[in-house]
Design a protein. Structure first.
Ligand SMILES: N[C@@H](CCSC[C@H]1O[C@@H](n2cnc3c(=O)[nH]cnc32)[C@H](O)[C@@H]1O)C(=O)O
Ligand SMILES: [Zn+2]
Length: 432
């Protein structure tokens, strides 16, 4: 039996209090065994958390991890033009190997910034699952189906593949990978296809993840065609369900917020992407007040442009206040819960809290820095002042993924070199 002791630091507890404590984790079960007063626990191996804060590993509730290869390639455009003119033509040239390399780069970036779990939407999902397996992280993965612009055969092949991937990869990486059925959005998958395939997913007890109500331009055609709000349309199809979570949820009205709450549908809020693509401001405080589970996601690196969840917490707090026109809205403690417990709830992992019995997914923040001085309130620091580069150690499932800022699960320099090479070749193919 192998146990790891995270020792000498302060610990963020589930009630958001901070205390001096050691954390003992089992590398066999992957669970936290005990959280106790300093000096009372023993392990076979130790992680030094002195001058540090132990927090739950952050949960990135919506991303396209392999899109790191497109980082900085298409900026300063709205969603529709960004996808059609820039992103989709380049993505059409992506090979499975590119996706593997891009995913590895994104996972390294996540490990360095204290993220231990992600929810991903993409293609060549087997490659992403293998990268996640090697990374030692947890992920909810899926193949994203698009039917617009495809003939019937192509459309069906996409949806069948989304079902197959969700069925076959569930439980991969020793249970660290779960899956979702993924229609890309309510406007990029046709109604007849949704009505045919969503019941199949539900019959198989598959969870569902899709983009919804991201931009105004996406809402208007649905209202025009179906004479209902997009989420009423989604509910009519059967998409809204306790195991479903939608990305964005920016342009939702009161009736849709109620629908999300009643059906137990979650939301992955992506503040940076929503600002960068000028999609709008999600009514996050209203969603939370209604009882909707809201997590936080970075979205892909091409609309962010990094995968740092500390940035994302700060952005969520800032834009949440602007949207509510209330400086007390989406406060520091709330964004920390959104990035930890809420995200874990959306993904269906027993992570997101430092407590005996929970998954041993954690990060240690180095507090020994000018921008974290003085230390009046460490929850405030997590929301407003900590950067991803302040993370000293990252642990998932009891295994050390990064120790003293050295990533142990990948050869980081090689991953970065490969990513640069693949990105350059990709752009060359797309341009020719
Ligand atoms: N099988 C699909 C691939 C879809 S993967 C998921 C897609 O979501 C795209 N994406 C990334 N961010 C966003 C967003 O914010 N809204 C909608 N789509 C996005 C991403 O570029 C990728 O094309 C096909 O044949 O086109
Ligand atoms: Zn997205």
């Amino acid at each position: 039996m192998s146990e790891l002791l995270v020792t000498g630091g302060q610990v963020l507890r589930p009630d958001l209090t901070v205390e001096r404590a050691d954390v003992l984790v089992s590398q066999d079960s992957g669970d936290i065994v005990a959280v106790d007063e300093p000096g009372t626990l023993d392990g076979d191996d130790e992680l030094d958390a002195s001058e540090g804060l132990v927090i739950p590993g952050l949960v990135n509730a919506h991303t396209h991890v392999a899109m790191t290869l497109l980082r900085g390639l298409a900026d300063d455009k709205p969603l529709d033009a960004w996808l059609q003119e820039d992103v989709w033509p380049v993505e059409a040239e992506l090979t499975p190997e590119d996706i593997r390399v891009g995913a590895e780069l994104g996972l390294v970036e996540m490990i360095r910034s204290g993220t231990t779990a992600l929810s991903d939407m993409y293609f060549a999902v087997e490659e992403i699952a293998e990268a996640v397996d090697q990374a030692g992280m947890r992920a909810v993965l899926g193949f994203t189906a698009v039917t617009v612009g495809k003939d019937d055969e192509g459309a069906r092949a996409d949806l069948e593949e989304s079902l197959d991937v969700a069925r076959n990869l569930n439980g991969a990486a020793d249970g660290r990978v779960r899956t979702t059925f993924q229609p890309h959005s309510l406007t990029t998958v046709g109604e007849d296809y949704l009505r045919e395939f969503v019941p199949k997913a539900l019959d198989d007890d598959l969870s569902i993840h899709l983009h919804a109500n991201e931009t105004r331009d996406e809402v208007t055609p649905i209202v025009d065609e179906h004479e209902m709000r997009p989420l009423a349309y989604a509910d009519d199809i059967g998409l809204l369900d306790g195991d479903t979570y939608v990305a964005h949820g920016v342009h939702v009205d009161e009736s849709e917020i109620d629908l999300l709450a009643e059906t137990g549908t979650g939301v992955a809020h992506c503040p940076a992407s929503n600002m960068k693509l000028a999609s709008g401001m999600a009514p996050v405080q209203d969603l939370l007040d209604a009882g909707v589970t809201v997590g936080i996601g970075t979205d892909g690196a091409a609309s962010n442009n990094d995968l740092d969840m500390f940035d994302e917490m700060r952005d969520a707090a800032m834009i949440g206040k602007l949207a509510a026109d209330d400086a007390s809205a989406v406060d520091a403690g709330t964004v920390v819960e959104m990035a930890t417990e809420n995200g874990a709830a959306l993904l269906g992992f027993d992570s997101g809290r430092i407590e005996a019995g929970a998954n041993a997914d954690l990060a240690v923040i180095d507090l020994d820095a000018p921008h974290l001085t003085p230390a009046h309130d460490l929850v405030s620091h997590l929301a407003y002042a900590v950067n991803g580069s302040d993370v000293r150690h990252t642990v998932c499932d009891g295994e050390v993924l990064m120790r003293d800022r050295t990533v142990e699960v990948f050869d980081e320099a090689a991953v970065r070199d490969r990513a640069s090479e693949h990105a350059a070749a990709l752009v060359e193919r797309a341009d020719s």
